[in-house]
Design a protein around this ligand. Structure first.
Ligand code: UD1
Length: 420
């Protein structure tokens, strides 16, 4: 198993390019199952989850050609469609459930593995199933699989999600594209990745309109046709590098990302003392000598502060002068990084879903264990500003979502090595 060796402390200085968004690319790739003709998708991040989704699509009969160093794919229409999304593929990546909506909509049949829980929480898929059922899908759960079917086309209707869910919103929007008539979805998630998905689908002939802040209207069409689309930049990778620059008193130019998308995060970073200049597709960030504490960050649905940056900001606040707090309101068990950060010297108290961070931490390097994708990158950030050597084990979690992170970090001054 690969691990990282990091010698700290390091100061981040230089320029990096942001990868395509993993969380936008995954639903976009799943939705190619709807198309009758070939689609070309550009700016894919070269990360493990994308490989998993491409393997899943192949197993469902998609024909996939890969170009441009794996950043571009051409996916052509399904021949001899298969209907089984197997456990072996879906268990490693919960976004595998996103093939259910398009399969039912296009082929009226699917056997999709239930994703199961993961370390950060139970993560059920009841909102996906309830919404697809309202569109006409019937299903039964047998031996860990969702056996689903519909009598011909799905039928448009009005659905109000009881709770905001990114994945359920995506699955339902995709399914409604080929349904009969009009679907109105209320209380939708409005993460930028979902807007990227609807832009992609519209570019292929779908009729999707946002008609209110959280209301999406879809008029079903007969078919979706060819398109070429470039995936948006990754806001979580951007946020992670912004923290890296801030925490290390760094000076970093971040290219290929529209700063307007992460206004909430930029405002918090400014409060910690970072100096930030933005232009259309660039962020220039300089970290302060003394990081200021922040009281009461709360993770919440977009446009609020994202749960996927919670662990990274916690590392930053460990180095702040004074006490800070972060409340996690999306997932029930997303503080696994805390135990590892404590091993580096952090003083963090957990009270239910709130972390109270003492601040003024002088991290000392240690041997660490990755637990999930975002927790792992938080450990990398902490190791960058720790005194001495750190080893981070099980970095396969990181490879799921960050493209060659060690190469990018080496380029901006981090002493990091991958040991295989
Ligand atoms: C997506 C992101 C993930 C991010 C999360 C929250 C992708 C591939 N993943 O995950 O990186 O952390 O949004 O921003 O885009 N829930 C239910 N029943 C459901 C669905 C969700 O109870 O059917 C709960 C979840 O357990 C969680 C909350 O709703 O507590 C939000 O989850 P959701 O927005 O659906 O997250 P994902 O789409 O899985």
């Amino acid at each position: 198993m690969d691990k990282f060796l990091i010698s700290g402390p390091c100061r981040i200085k230089g320029q990096i390019n942001i990868q395509g968004s993993k969380n936008a690319a995954l639903p976009i790739l799943a939705s190619t199952l709807l198309f009758d003709n070939a689609v070309v998708i550009e700016n894919l991040p070269r990360v493990k989850d994308i490989d998993t989704m491409l393997n899943l699509l192949k197993s469902l009969g998609s024909n996939i050609q890969i170009y441009n160093n794996k950043k571009t794919v051409r996916i052509s229409r399904i021949k001899n469609s298969k209907y089984l999304a197997s456990y072996s593929l879906v268990k490693t990546m919960r976004a595998g459930i996103l093939v259910l909506g398009p399969m039912i909509s296009k082929y009226h049949k699917s056997i999709t593995s239930l994703p199961g829980g993961c370390l950060i929480g139970a993560r059920p898929v009841n909102f996906h199933l309830n919404a697809l059922k309202k569109l006409g899908m019937k299903y039964e759960i047998k031996k860990g699989y969702i056996h689903a079917s519909s009598k011909g086309k799905l039928k448009g209707t009005q659905i109000k999600f009881s709770k905001i869910s990114v994945g359920a919103t995506e699955n339902t929007i995709i399914a409604a594209c080929l349904a009969k008539g009009k679907t109105t979805l209320k209380n939708c998630a409005i993460e930028p990745e979902i807007k990227d998905l609807t832009n992609f689908l519209n570019s292929g002939g779908a009729k999707i309109k946002w008609v209110g802040k959280r209301t999406c209207q879809i008029i079903g069409v007969e078919s979706l046709n060819q398109t070429r689309y470039s995936v948006m930049g990754d806001r979580i990778e951007t946020g992670t590098f912004c923290v890296a620059a801030t925490i290390s008193n760094g000076d970093l130019k971040i290219k290929n990302f529209n700063p307007k998308i992460i206004q909430t995060e930029i405002n918090i970073l400014k409060k910690t003392g970072a100096k930030i200049k933005t232009s259309k597709n660039e962020i220039h960030i300089k970290g302060p000598k003394n990081i200021k504490n922040i009281n009461s960050i709360i993770t919440k649905e977009y446009p609020n502060f994202p749960t996927d940056l919670q662990a990274q900001f916690m590392v930053l606040l460990c180095k702040a002068k004074g006490r800070s707090s972060i409340t996690e309101s999306i997932f029930e068990n997303r503080f696994m990084h805390v135990a590892e950060l404590r091993r580096l010297g952090a003083k963090i108290l957990i009270k239910e879903n709130r972390a109270i961070i003492a601040g003024n931490t002088q991290f000392i390097g240690a041997e660490l264990m990755s637990s999930d994708l975002r927790a792992s990158v938080a450990l990398v950030l902490a190791a960058i500003v720790s005194k001495g050597k750190s080893t981070i084990n099980r970095i396969y979690h990181l490879d799921r979502g960050y493209e060659k992170i060690e190469k990018k970090l080496q380029k901006v001054g981090v002493k990091i090595k991958r040991l295989t």
